[in-house]
Design a protein around this ligand. Sequence first.
Ligand SMILES: Cc1cc2nc3c(=O)[nH]c(=O)nc-3n(C[C@H](O)[C@H](O)[C@H](O)COP(=O)(O)O)c2cc1C
Length: 351
Amino acid sequence: MRTPEFLLAPMDGMTRASFRSVCFDYGADGATTEMIQSLAYGRARKPMSPTFLEVLARYPNERNLAAQLIGSDPAAMAESARRLEALGRFDAIDINMGCPARKVVGSGNGAALLKTPERAVAVMEAVKAATSLPVRLKLRLGWDGAHVTAPFFVEQAQRLGFQSVTLHGRTREQMYLGAVNIPAIRAICDGTRIPVYANGGVTCAEDALTFLRDTHAAGVAIGRAALKSPWIFEDIAALRRGETVKPRLAPERVALLIRLATLTCGHRPEGVAICEMRRFCGWMLAGLTGCEAVLTRLNGVVTLDAFRALLEEYLDALARSDDLDIHPELLPRPTLDTVAHRQARRTAKWM
Ligand SMILES: Cc1cc2nc3c(=O)[nH]c(=O)nc-3n(C[C@H](O)[C@H](O)[C@H](O)COP(=O)(O)O)c2cc1C
């Protein structure tokens, strides 16, 4: 039996190289870039914008990294796959057939392909023919509960010699809410030879192992839980060795945030990078005494030096009062689904 793998799932605006690199430090077995619009990328004539360069960046510690394409035009998808392969930077090409955003499905892309099987298969065939890199598929169970079409697409992926499939166990109709359909994922895993990575709803390392066991998958792809706790990959490895999960104290959290900020500043203007760190600070400092005041002060910080100084000052204060651990009663209670919805409101992409 293959050793199960635990991958970082693609997340638009989140899983850029700097965040992925941090997850790889914690032992992620692989990752996927956020989705790349094939119509824009496959036809681009101008030099790439800094944002695009960042999306396509790769750190040396990243292994098993796929670049994800989204689109429904087979020619543009094929051309994008060729361009990505020519960069010589990625280990695989991943096709997005799961994005539920209204704007995306409205133009026939992402999860909309689940409703247009002929076009979807044409896209899969075109990408496969265009590249010698392994090709992967990421999809949802189906458009809605009455149309669970994933088995057909998994069969097509197997027929075309795809490397693997990542299966989000919800339908498009469910967006990011509601129960993940474990029996449906298991039936698909049991019925195919292609490795299937189960995805959806993992909140902690214990969850990931239960999900793996219950779905019979080849591995698990973890999305939102990794945003709050990138150390989840290390926790999973500890549990698999029969050890317990160690608490993540303030010094580790602060060091991680400073490292992530430093990496992110290497890709975009300092003020923008530090501003984007606020959401990671909100997630990773939650539960520490006095974190709200620090988060408020962070709103006025725009340089890496000031970011580092503020977090180090906070850490000193916690250390002086011997209060470095997380207090569960101080944790806010947003669910992972709320994380998606906050992001949705911000980017208007995920509703
Ligand atoms: C903010 C956000 C952005 C996402 N962007 C992508 C994307 O670019 N490509 C993709 O295939 N899935 C994307 N997803 C879906 C995730 O990869 C994953 O399938 C979903 O979040 C369920 O897994 P989770 O419960 O572990 O988060 C995104 C999800 C979120 C929350």
